[in-house]
Structure formats: structure tokens, C-alpha cells
Write a protein that binds this ligand. Structure first.
Ligand code: MN
Length: 197
């Protein structure tokens, strides 16, 4: 393929939409069982099927040697006390890393490996976080505006959402006394009893 350049709108933070770019939108209805507070999830969904996050990325072939990159935008909001966040995933090709650079807003990047080790990093404009191979990752918008990140990972990495559906993340990001707090997930014990991934 030919080299190319694209432009991020620095007001919006994200890459501008164009014929080269595709946009993926994740609404509340497609994020069932992601949030802990099921009652508030149903209540919010009955009011409006809001956009929780979206990606804007150029079309690149999913092949070894290629790089996938783009911008992710998580809108501000909460379900119960839990902030809007991405579904989170491992890469299908597990031993592949990723880098995130915050362009706008504030948030937290959560990571977890198969041994159950969790790490989190607070992000604001200018903060880059490296996700090493074999770590699941999820971004969370803890601010009152859009949380926008640039990301880049190997083109043949793929996505594995299923492994996290059985065990889930061991920690969650919730509002406590007006501030974001990383707390153990209520589903933690359930996941352990199942033997985990
Ligand atoms: Mn990834």
C-alpha cells in the first residue's frame, strides 16, 4: 500500500473523519454485562441508547508488519458509580503490545494479565502508556469531557473479548467522594471460583 498522512483535529482531539477513515461506534446496548450496576444500566438504556465510545482509524490490512492506529474517544458518563469505559480486550495474538497517548481529557488505563496481575495508569493530555504483550487493556473516562487517546498496535494482533467475559477485570473505576477510585470488582470471587482464564 502507499504511504499516507492524516490529520487530527486538535480541538476535538480525534482524527478527522474522511474517506480514508472508518468510524466504529459502541453504544450502551452493545455493552451488556460490562458495567457492574445492572439496574442502572437498564435504567440508562431505557432512557437513551447513548454512544459510550468510538474509534476513528484509517483502513489498513490486518497483516503481519502492518500497524493499526487511530484515535479512541470515550464520552463522559457513568453507570451507577462506574465511569464510561471500553469493553476491554486481550489481543488474539496474545504476545503483542500497544501504545496509548492521551490527546484530550482525563482517564485511566487498566491492564491485567492472565496471572491476575493488574496495573493502572492515570492519563491526561501528553501521557503515553505502554501496554506490554499479554496484558488485557481497558480505558476509562474519569473526566467531565471527552477522553481521547491515540493508539497503535501490530496489524495482525486481533482482538479477544471472550476471555474477559468469563473472568472480567479484577478492578473497576468508580466515583468515590467526587473522585475516581480504583476498587476491587464485585465479580472477582465469582471469577476465581470458575478457575479464571
Ligand atoms: Mn488493544
Amino acid at each position: 500500500m502507499d504511504p499516507f498522512s492524516i490529520v487530527a483535529d486538535l480541538e476535538e482531539g480525534a482524527f478527522a473523519k474522511s474517506s480514508r477513515m472508518v468510524r466504529n461506534v459502541k453504544r450502551l446496548s452493545s455493552l451488556r454485562e460490562i458495567f457492574e450496576d445492572e439496574a442502572d444500566y437498564q435504567k440508562s438504556l431505557s432512557r437513551e441508547d447513548r454512544v459510550v465510545y468510538e474509534y476513528t482509524r484509517p483502513v489498513i490490512p490486518p497483516e503481519p508488519g502492518q500497524l493499526f492506529f487511530g484515535t479512541s474517544t470515550i464520552h463522559p458518563g457513568r453507570i451507577g458509580r462506574e465511569y464510561f469505559m471500553t469493553a476491554g480486550h486481550y489481543h488474539a495474538k496474545l504476545a503483542t503490545g500497544e501504545v496509548y497517548l492521551c490527546l484530550k481529557g482525563e482517564g485511566i488505563l487498566l491492564m491485567q494479565n492472565r496471572a491476575g496481575r493488574t496495573r493502572h495508569f492515570r492519563m491526561r493530555r501528553g501521557v503515553a502508556v505502554y501496554v506490554p504483550p499479554c496484558f488485557a487493556h481497558r480505558t476509562v473516562n474519569t473526566g467531565s469531557e471527552e477522553f481521547v487517546c491515540f493508539y497503535c498496535f501490530p496489524g495482525d494482533a486481533g482482538h479477544d473479548y471472550e476471555s474477559l467475559k468469563t473472568r472480567g477485570f479484577l478492578v473497576r473505576v468508580k466515583e468515590r467522594k467526587g473522585k475516581p477510585s480504583v476498587v476491587p470488582s464485585a465479580k472477582r470471587r465469582e471469577g476465581r471460583n470458575r478457575g479464571g482464564a
